[in-house]
Design a protein around this ligand. Sequence first.
Ligand SMILES: [Mn+2]
Length: 354
Amino acid sequence: MRKKSLKTLVFLVFLSLAFYTVLFFYKKKSTATFSSKKSYGTDKAFIWAIKETVQVQQAKKPEALEASQEKIEIPAPAKQILERCPDTPPDLVGPLYVEFTVERTLDEVRKEMNFLKEGGRYKPPDCIAQQKVALIIPFRNRYDHLRHWLYYLHPILKRQQVDYTVYIINQDGEGVFNRAKLMNVGYAEAMKQYDYDCFVFSDIDLIPLDDRNLYRCFESPRHLAVAMDKFNFNMPYDTFFGGVSSLSRDQYLKINGFPNTYWGWGGEDDDIHERIKSRGMTISRPDLATGKYKMIRHQRDLHNEANPNNPFKLRLASLNMNADGINSLRYTVKAIVKDVLYTFITVDIEAPQS
Ligand SMILES: [Mn+2]
């Protein structure tokens, strides 16, 4: 008995639903299709509406089908699906010949680097680079070195299949130089432009002598310049972290970036090493043969004297790192110039006068 009344109820509900559905369609379509047929009686119009609705639906069906078939038939615009670049770039040549006696103008270098895009950008055309790398170069008045660096590094980075941009971070004014703070600025400015996952920090006067020394990031923060000619192709001391290094974004943030308070020459690289150690990370390095570098000989720069206070600061490195770093960075960008060879950012870092 209950079952029967339930069935009846369900049937009635279904019926009324069907009725209102038809009524809905009628109201919607009638304005468009039957505006000229208002003279018809309500019943007739109602029947028409049902017929018309069915016809419309039938007419629509093949159309929709055709459309979906068309979609399949039309070939998608030639969109090549790129694969990830291999772990070992195929075009590396190994040991390189590097000399600084040839005079090169920036224009000559520009002509040779015809594979670059504005801002000193490149990415491999035939595979997806494993990492997006920002190269950060602290800079002031070293235009001679800049030419050599660009001439040698761009082709190496291209062979290494990096998706990269070269940032020259130029300290404005004549105040005391601050390498580590400029590197922080480089990180901050680069992050405004692109979603980098790796940062290589390099001195302007260091050229790698082997392109198997990869300018990218590793499981641990990486020290790349392990065998400079000026140190007899050896490490000057075991914890040396100077010259060229790379940190992933995560590694960099884990140590709150670099110290901003090392004015003048010396100490900042050891401070960075302390930061890394105190966060439980180790240092990754290439072997001494792969990690060879040639340094462009030069006089000590003006306004970059060895700072006698820096060695004392070092002992407080792990203590100061939480308050002194990317979270306390203050600077003002004066100009950003995009050359085909580099992005040149001139910045006021509030340097004390020497
Ligand atoms: Mn130097």
